[in-house]
Ligand binder design. Structure first.
Ligand code: GLA
Length: 734
């Protein structure tokens, strides 16, 4: 059993709960007569010998039961599992309320516990899952006697991975309504160490660049208040010992299974202890909880690695591939697609799409995706979102005709939607202006000339669902790219009462989830790819619904190196939407070899985003080879263990990463020489993840190496002549 309960280990330590994963232990202590829920230990696995000695309860400020005059000092320094607001813990808390009298202070006292096999679903929310023999759950039941709040602090412990997930359920068992003004999902109080944070930041076309920050007394806040997780910030943090590297040292990571506003904070307190919190952002958040009602927070995933960030990454990848993504496609090759966005933008018709499909199918491409511009009168990005009727001026003969023609070529067909949006210039807006998120008497700010639909409303949800489903029912459509091209502003709903307006952000996200859930129920074999102006909603919440997410609107192979490095720090390669596009690249104007573009896209889902009838002949002729390459390596890329060997982001010269088959019989490393330099020796790269005693041959070479030699003495990559050149290093056991 991964969860052990110890009772009355000492006069002050009333209960201890020890949560064990294969290589980590997490210990919670219920201390003192009042039942404070304290954090005792997190890190490499430890035994159960004298755990009660770990808490610092025999030193100042001592426990309130024997030193209540210094209660505030106790609350302000004791490591807590779920710190609450306003009673003397002056650090960042996780939970804050507003009572009908306007008070905010609230306590949390242990009452009872339950241990269950398996892991309960979170109603309406995405969450990791596991069978009864794969995960078990500790539920700490706590209360605030004054308001009647019952808390359920949930910890699910995985048997096969160093993962503990957390969330809370809040029940109003009092007689008065309450307003929740802050409900975070997790807190991690660390002992005094020297820590550095890794976080992921960016903007449109530059998503998820890895940022390192030395942590100190200054509070670090990683947050989105944009209504989605955003290009700018990702709901991820890794706190590592300052000396930890990719391969060594302790790393504590958290990722939020949620696709809306979030907030992560870190701060060293006055004694050098670090507190990390994660949850829904409390900016404009206020949730009314009537007596008898409950609120369930989204899930925070905690990963521990005692072997650097590389192991952390592989744990996240395994967790998400096995315990989060549900799609029937998750363990399968995805059809190689060709998307017409960068090929045609809005300028296409049936003939154009069929000509692309004909040529693409001849070359071995397996699915045509029709992107933006097929509906309403949308010939640019100024109109028609919400009017999901086929534009028969462009698609002569209708959608079904086009899909059938594409199917006749032996290709699947996919389509683009942006279901959450409404153009001011649309029939939908003219009929229902109140369906857009807006503040009364204010003209909402436009972004890409569009507004956001109020998905907190049942009528809007129903209409939106039917608009999408009707199209999908009308033809053999096997893939949907679900886009979301603006962030939320001007928060206001025409239906929500004043004292529930602070629920809009979260209700919006719940609305998105309910739409996607319903879609997958009706179309269980649909391949869904989420997208948000590129990769603004690349988060674990979305992965619960779609096995892949479009990584970025920047398709340049060199820019993609760091975007994909940051993405793959947390998210599996099988989820990264990556395409070969035409050059000069539309985003940066750079020209890279077609071969390099293929090698870089191979690290993701793989596909094309170009007009295959127009690209240079020599590029087109390489496509059948690339198709073969994809079929040959995709199982390995999708299911293997990922190792980062070198980072162009960090060294400015070259990039190298690899995937190793779980049984270590095969590996594929990708090496990109971004910048050529004159008069240097060949480069030695130190491979990782191989079995030291296995013998390997590198494809195209005769020599046989042991894994030990390739990892310790390294493998020499010959210098290539020119910039932006790449090489695949395919390694097979002999
Ligand atoms: C977003 C997506 C692109 C494309 C356009 C269409 O920017 O990320 O891939 O679909 O919208 O408008």
């Amino acid at each position: 059993m991964a969860i052990t309960h110890y009772e009355a280990l000492s006069a002050s330590v009333k209960h201890l709960f020890k949560l064990d994963t294969p290589n980590s232990s997490y210990v919670i202590g219920i201390i003192d007569d009042e039942g404070f829920v304290t954090h005792v230990y997190y890190g490499d696995s430890i035994g159960d010998y004298h755990l009660e000695e770990i808490p610092r309860i025999d030193e100042m400020p001592f426990l309130p039961s024997n030193n209540n005059r210094d209660r505030c000092s106790f609350l302000d320094s004791c490591p807590m599992e779920y710190p609450t607001h306003g009673l003397g813990d002056f650090r960042q808390d996780c939970f804050k309320i507003e009572t009908v009298n306007g008070n905010a202070g609230v306590s949390l006292t242990y009452k009872d516990y339950r241990i269950e096999k398996g892991k309960p679903d979170l109603p309406g929310l995405p969450a990791t899952f596991g069978k009864e023999d794969e995960v078990s759950t500790l539920i700490l039941i706590c209360e605030d006697a004054v308001t009647g709040i019952e808390y359920q602090l949930n910890y699910s412990v995985f048997e096969d991975l160093d993962v503990i997930t957390r969330n809370v359920r809040i029940l109003n068992k009092g007689k008065e309504p309450l307003y929740l003004t802050r409900v975070y999902s997790a807190c991690l109080d660390m002992d005094n160490e020297d820590y550095t944070a890794l976080t992921l930041h960016g903007t449109w076309a530059r998503e998820r660049k890895i940022t390192e920050t030395k942590l100190n007394r200054t509070r670090l806040v990683v947050e989105s208040v944009r209504g989605e997780t955003s290009h700018q910030d990702n709901p991820f943090i890794a706190v590592k010992e300052a000396t930890a590297t990719d391969r060594y040292g302790r790393v504590y990571a958290m990722n939020f299974v949620y696709s809306g506003n979030f907030r992560i904070t870190t701060q060293e307190d006055q004694f050098g202890q670090l507190r990390v919190t994660m949850g829904i952002s409390d900016e404009d958040f206020k949730w009314k909880l009537e007596p008898g009602a409950d609120f369930v927070s989204p899930e925070a995933v905690m990963v521990y690695s005692g072997e650097g960030t590389g192991k952390m990454t592989r744990t996240f990848h395994d967790l998400y591939r096995k315990h989060l993504i549900r799609s029937p496609y998750k363990d399968k090759k995805r059809p190689i697609l060709i998307n017409n966005w960068e090929a045609t933008y809005f300028d296409f018709d049936t003939d154009k799409l069929i000509s692309i499909a004909k040529e693409a199918s001849r070359l071995g491409i397996e699915m045509l995706v029709m992107d933006d511009g097929w509906f309403g009168v949308r010939n640019d990005d100024n109109t028609s979102l919400g009017d999901w009727t086929v534009n028969e001026n462009k698609l002569k003969g209708g959608l079904k005709y086009l899909v059938d023609e594409v199917n006749k070529l032996g290709m699947k067909f996919g389509i683009w939607f942006e279901p959450e949006m409404i153009s001011p210039d649309s029939d939908l807006y003219r009929a229902h202006p109140d369906w857009a998120i807006a503040i009364p008497n204010r003209v909402p700010s436009r972004a890409r000339n569009q507004y956001v639909l109020d998905l907190s409303r049942e009528d809007v949800l129903e209409h939106t669902y039917e608009s999408v489903a009707k199209v999908l029912r009308s033809a053999n459509i096997e893939y949907v790219k679900w886009d979301m091209n603006r962030q939320l502003s001007d928060l206001g709903s025409a239906l929500l009462p004043a004292d529930r307006m602070g629920e809009l952000y979260h209700r919006y996200v719940l609305g998105v989830y309910s739409l996607q859930e319903r879609l997958l129920k009706e179309f269980p074999n649909l391949l869904l790819e989420n997208c948000s102006g590129g990769g603004a909603r690349f988060d674990p919440g979305m992965l619960y619904y779609s096995p892949q997410i479009w990584c970025s609107d920047d398709t340049d192979a060199i820019e993609r190196l760091s975007i994909q490095e940051g993405t793959a720090l947390v998210y599996p390669l099988s989820t990264m939407g990556a395409h070969v596009s035409d050059c000069p690249n539309h985003a940066v104007g750079r020209t890279t070899p077609f071969e390099t573009r293929g090698h870089v896209a191979l690290a993701g889902t793989f596909g094309y985003e170009l007009d295959v009838t127009k690209i240079p002949e020599e590029d087109r002729n390489m496509i059948p080879e690339q198709v073969k390459m994809y079929h040959r390596y995709n199982d390995l890329v999708r299911e293997g263990d990922y190792y980062r060997i070198a980072s162009f982001r960090a060294n400015g010269v070259y990039d190298c990463y690899g995937v190793v088959k779980k049984d270590k019989s095969e590996a594929l490393f990708t090496y990109v020489q971004v910048v050529a330099r004159v008069n240097y020796h060949s480069r030695r790269i130190f491979l990782q993840g191989l079995a030291p005693d296995k013998k390997y041959r590198i494809e195209g070479e005769d020599a046989v190496y042991t894994g030990e030699v390739l990892m310790k003495a390294g493998y020499r990559v010959k210098t290539m002549h020119g910039d932006y050149l790449s090489r695949l290093i395919h390694i097979m056991e002999v």
